[in-house]
Design a protein around this ligand. Structure first.
Ligand code: ADP
Length: 632
């Protein structure tokens, strides 16, 4: 960051470059939703009050006797300025540089890229999801002044026009806290009007716990004008009210205000736990994957309140990471108010609350599926891949998570789903295990040669094409007492008469197979297949080995260690191509075409499973030899 100090004591600094670009886009591409600047600044002020209130629980001196928590809006029509003033924690000289001079968020780069790609109409939504916070001030102001004082620090004034530079100087300020003054652009002067401020606060910040006040002129007796401080927000803590008292509209507003989502929540979970442990929970399941979750891990956990005092913005101890898409508030009065963050780490009460929340979320999702299946499918396609992480991470709940999963299968149409319970119900009596196959997409999976025997038998196979499936399904060894098995490493047993036929074929093919094994040394084994019906060949892995798709994924991620494990080539003795190879070998085992044709059968198996040929030019040469021969 460039820096220079003028003789006047005013420092001049530049914004970090990504921030400059973001500022530019925010100020120039937002045509609607401009009023969210007020929500963002009020929410910063409210956070600042929460912070000092929390810190003062350990050290009361920090309060400096000022605990009349308040966020004040001051509209100065003569100066054309709107000030948002709070008596919160304030910022020091260095704090202000760190907080207002950089965006230290993960995902900033991605945000910038997607903003550039997005059309003008969808930009406000993206910006809203990202929560640009303080910088949204530049949507309505051409200059912003921040005067702030933190406990035990000199006050500091920050000024910027949002174009690339800001200045800093030490000033005097009586009370602790922050005043953010917006020098409104000519066309944004309506934000100086009482009615406009009232309505924006009502719409976006009604549930903020601290009073948002404004001085208004009142006409008293004899038309005498007096100035009165009016509180603009109703400050109703929704989660403390009884479930039946809260309207859907109130939930929608509260959810949007606290989560930054532009859409209504999909499902509300609101309950009060009573008995040995008392707490209130108000949780929301979103309709979509938030911007944050699309580009980063995201933060886990609802806000934690103790008796209406916010202790944490995201309490990780309250939810497992695979439920990080759930937003909301938990308010518990059984925790001590002066609880430190360290103490919260392994607090048994929080563990109990977590158990209850998780159970209620599972229940809510089950209810949603029963009541509004289409909405559930919408939820699952957006957020199911996060939920699935739980299979690997939450052993105790894996069956409950498995209950919630949806699958496409050999027997479903594309885009239609079944549950594991439905799979079990439809299972024929001679089938004892649950089978699944992982792969690139449905089309590739459907045509996998390894599934031919399953199709032939009428056994269903779950088709899994989410990259995470390869990692999580091995962690679900069974469901309701039935084993889950990868279909490419397990095949249905043959009927006794087929078994006999297979044994005979094994004998007949023995010399050919041993010759091929000598030539195709990169393979672990070559054997006759019990699973192929239409295809001539396929590749399989050993029962305990990694599947082909998992290996491809690891390679893509650069995480594959060493060379891929050697595979097993299976040939279909009934297939004309394999039989013709058998004939070639029978006529003259030394015929070089035996190896060439054997290799072609290997090549097709590689292609059929969606893998890449190690040497495509060799394959092309072999094919061309055949083509030329055919024309002769
Ligand atoms: P966010 O609030 O999402 O972190 P912002 O850009 O809105 O992002 O604010 C950046 C940081 O500046 C905040 O995290 C906070 O530390 C600080 N900040 C902003 N407004 C205030 C305020 N009124 N009082 C104290 N600190 C503030």
């Amino acid at each position: 960051m460039a820096e220079s100090i003028a003789p006047s004591g005013i420092e001049k600094r530049e914004f970090k470059s990504e921030l400059r670009q973001i500022l530019n886009i925010i100020t120039h591409s937002l045509y609607s939703h401009k009023e969210i600047f007020l929500r963002e600044l009020i929410s910063n002020a409210s956070d600042a009050i929460d912070k000092i209130r929390f810190n003062s629980l350990q050290n009361e001196a920090l309060l400096e006797g000022n605990r009349d928590w308040k966020i004040k809006l001051i509209a100065d029509k003569a100066a054309g300025t709107l000030t948002i003033s709070d008596n919160g924690v304030g910022m020091s000289h260095d704090g202000i540089i760190d907080n207002l001079g950089t965006i230290a968020r993960s995902g900033t780069r991605e945000f910038l890229d997607s903003l550039k790609e997005a059309d003008a109409a969808s930009r406000p939504e993206l910006i809203g999801q990202f929560g640009v916070g303080f910088y949204s001030a530049f949507m309505v102001a051409d200059k912003v002044t921040v005067v702030s004082r933190a406990f035990g620090e000199p006050a500091v004034r920050w000024i910027s026009d949002g174009l690339g530079e800001f200045t800093l100087e030490t000033v005097e300020k009586a009370g602790r806290g922050t005043d953010v003054t917006l020098h409104l652009k000519e066309e944004e002067k309506e934000f100086l009007e009482d009615w406009r401020l009232r309505s924006v606060v009502k719409q976006f910040s009604d549930f903020i716990e601290h009073p948002i006040v404004m001085d208004v002129e009142k006409k008293g007796e004899n038309d005498l004008k007096t100035i009165e401080e009016e509180t603009l927000n109703s400050r109703k803590a929704l989660w403390l009210r009884s479930k039946s008292d809260v309207t859907a509209e109130e939930h929608n507003t509260f959810y949007k205000q606290t989560s930054g989502d532009f859409e209504d929540p999909l499902k509300v979970i609101h309950y009060a736990a009573e008995g040995t442990l008392e707490f209130k929970a108000l949780l929301y399941i979103p309709k979509h994957k938030s911007f944050e979750l699309q580009f980063s891990e995201g933060k886990t956990g609802p806000k934690l309140y103790i008796n209406r005092v916010q202790i944490m913005d995201h309490c990780e101890q309250l939810l497992p990471a695979y439920l990080r898409f759930v937003k909301g508030v938990v308010d518990c009065s059984d925790l001590p108010l002066n609880v430190s963050r360290e103490l919260l780490q392994h607090n048994p009460l929080l563990e109990k609350i977590q158990k209850s929340l998780v159970k209620n979320i599972f229940q809510a999702l089950e209810e949603l599926r029963a009541a509004d299946y289409e909405a559930y499918v919408g939820f699952y396609t957006e957020l199911g891949n996060i939920l699935k992480e739980g299979l690997g991470r939450d052993w105790a709940n894996r069956e409950a998570i498995a209950n919630l999963l949806l699958f496409e299968s050999l027997k479903t149409e594309k885009g239609k789903y079944i549950t594991l319970a439905q799979y079990l119900e439809a299972m024929p009596s001679d089938q004892t295990d649950i089978y699944y196959l992982t792969g690139e997409d449905r089309a590739a999976l459907e045509h996998a040669p390894t599934l031919e025997a399953f199709r032939h038998k009428g056994w269903d196979v779950l088709l899994l094409s989410d990259p995470i499936d390869d990692f999580v399904f091995p962690m679900l060894p069974d469901y309701k007492g039935k084993a889950l098995k990868p279909a490419d490493r397990n095949a249905p047993e043959l009927a006794p008469e087929d078994q006999k036929k297979a044994e005979e074929a094994t004998e007949t093919f023995k010399p050919l197979l041993s010759l091929l094994k000598e030539k195709l040394t990169e393979l672990k084994d070559i054997r006759l297949s019990k699973r192929l019906k239409e295809s001539a060949s396929c590749l399989v892995a050993d029962e305990g080995a990694m599947g082909a798709h998992m290996e491809q994924l690891l390679q893509k991620l650069g995480k594959a260690e060493g060379a891929p494990a050697p595979r097993i080539l299976e040939l279909n003795p009934e297939h004309p191509a394999v039989q013709s190879l058998m004939k070639l070998h029978g006529a003259n085992p030394a015929d070089p075409r035996v190896e060439t044709h054997g290799r072609l059968l290997y090549d097709q198996a590689v292609l059929a499973e969606g893998s890449r040929l190690a040497n495509p030019s060799d394959f092309i040469r072999r094919i061309n030899e055949l083509l030329v021969k055919d024309g002769q």
